[in-house]
Design a protein around this ligand. Structure first.
Ligand code: R5P
Length: 309
């Protein structure tokens, strides 16, 4: 059974294949000079893509990742349906349909935070993208989706998986925190899981987002005096949430503060901003980033095994 990927998520695909006892097959994905994308199942990979069900690893981030994901899903689907008709006349032009068997693994699901119509007239982008993807595959495994409810009841099964156990391992081995903090209510379930796995104390903050770059936390007494604290969130983007939470912890006597997340977006300036506020940043490799120290492949493998049962 092959694990395939284009340019998006290739390193994760390569790490995932041995965990699933599958082989990795690289698909072609490049850009034309005008920036438009080109994808192809290479001729010598057509047999592998048809022989057995396929796991396709791809991120829906940035926007070019969404397009690459959809175009490659279509290309894989055509190959599996046996639709090889081509302008150059390369044979065979058609083969028998080999049926269902395309499983999409998404390390980072872009647009996950646009999961509600916050103001009238908005697109619920997370749902729109999910429905587009579901039309072209037979199952999806998604790593630490911001709010899974938005993808419930898609037309294909979805496995929501989490890298929190791997993040707990990382923190145990490298930080030994006394206390785990969720920087907002949305991260409570994930941060609690880490705290429980590590046997640490836990609390959370209540956050109000003023705009994309500004957040406020409601003041709260935290029992962190003299303690090492790890803040656990699903993603870090500007770093604003973590920096504000860290300031609150230090004001209350925390001796060291670390940040851990699954998705390290680290938008412009975030890494240096964080360096001024926390003692360490630990991210999974769901997105390539300079703080990627936790593999996302084991969590995705757990979800894919369930889908492939
Ligand atoms: C939002 O609820 C997420 O869980 C993160 O807390 C948020 O996206 C982090 O964004 P930033 O790093 O820009 O504060």
């Amino acid at each position: 059974m092959p694990v395939v990927s284009g340019s998006s998520g290739r390193a994760i695909g390569e790490a995932l294949a041995p965990l699933l006892e599958m082989k990795f097959v690289a698909l072609e994905s490049r850009r034309f000079p005008d920036g438009e994308g080109y994808v192809r199942v290479p001729y010598d990979s057509i047999e592998a893509v048809r022989a057995e069900p396929v796991v396709f690893v791809s991120n829906t981030y940035p926007d070019s990742g969404i397009l690459e994901t959809i175009l490659l899903l279509e290309a894989i689907g055509d190959v599996r349906r046996g639709n090889l008709s081509n302008y150059k006349g390369k044979e065979p032009q058609s083969l028998p349909d080999v049926g269902k068997g395309i499983y999409l693994a998404i390390p980072y699901y872009g647009y996950s935070r646009q999961d509600k119509r916050f103001s009238p007239g908005e697109a619920i982008s997370a749902r729109v993208i999910g429905e587009m993807l579901a039309r072209c595959c037979d199952g999806i495994a998604i790593l630490d989706l911001h709010a899974p409810a938005i993808l419930e009841n898609l037309s294909v099964p979805v496995e929501f998986v989490s890298a929190m156990s791997e993040i707990a391992e990382r923190l145990t081995e490298n930080v030994s925190p006394d206390f785990i903090l969720s920087p907002d209510k949305g991260a409570i379930a994930r941060a609690t899981e880490v705290a429980n796995l590590m046997g640490c104390e836990f609390s959370y903050l209540e956050k109000t987002r003023i705009d994309a770059h500004t957040i406020e936390h409601q003041p709260k007494d935290l029992d962190v005096n003299g303690k090492v604290v790890a803040i656990v969130d699903d993603m870090i983007s500007t770093g604003g949430t973590i920096c504000r939470a860290s300031d609150a912890l230090r004001r209350q006597g925390a001796t060291a503060v670390h940040a851990a997340c699954t998705h390290g977006l680290f938008t412009a300036g975030a890494i240096s901003r964080l360096a001024n506020h926390v003692d360490g940043v630990h991210s999974s490799d769901s997105l390539p980033n300079p703080r990627a120290v936790v593999s996302s492949a084991p969590a995705l493998a757990r979800g894919l095994r369930k889908l492939l049962q």
